[in-house]
Design a protein around this ligand. Structure first.
Ligand SMILES: [Zn+2]
Length: 123
């Protein structure tokens, strides 16, 4: 593995960890009482999910897998903010959902005074 690939992998992992945490907050707050399982997948996506140590409901796990597979396949070396990206790669339903999740969990983090994670994501 060369240096460049290693850096890209680290960035991808960082994005995915933050994304997973946002979806987790949303799932816990919005889908209380739903049956949950550890999100799993094969191949590259599964490898990046290995660090996820919480369970999600089926709907949120599906959203996370979609987001991770898009992130892993992201064409750009230095990923632009999705908002500014010329390639809108999320499916339309997923795009709305992830926006709702980020907004909701972002608010939760602000209320809890956990701005560090917000900064990490939006930097
Ligand atoms: Zn959920």
């Amino acid at each position: 593995m060369n240096m460049k690939t290693e850096t890209i992998e680290k960035n991808v992992q960082k994005d995915i960890d933050v994304l997973a945490e946002f979806i987790h907050i949303y799932c816990v707050e919005k889908h209380a009482g739903t049956e949950r399982a550890r999100p799993k997948s094969a191949g590259d996506v599964g490898r990046y999910l290995a660090s996820v140590d919480f369970d999600l409901c089926a709907e949120c796990a599906g959203l996370l897998l979609h987001a991770v597979s898009k992130r892993v396949l992201c064409l750009y070396d230095t990923k632009p903010a999705c908002k500014k990206c010329p390639t809108h790669c999320y499916g339309p339903g997923h795009r709305d959902k992830i926006r709702e999740v980020m907004r909701y969990s972002g608010m939760c983090l602000i209320m809890r005074g956990r701005l560090g994670l917000m900064k990490k994501y939006f930097s």
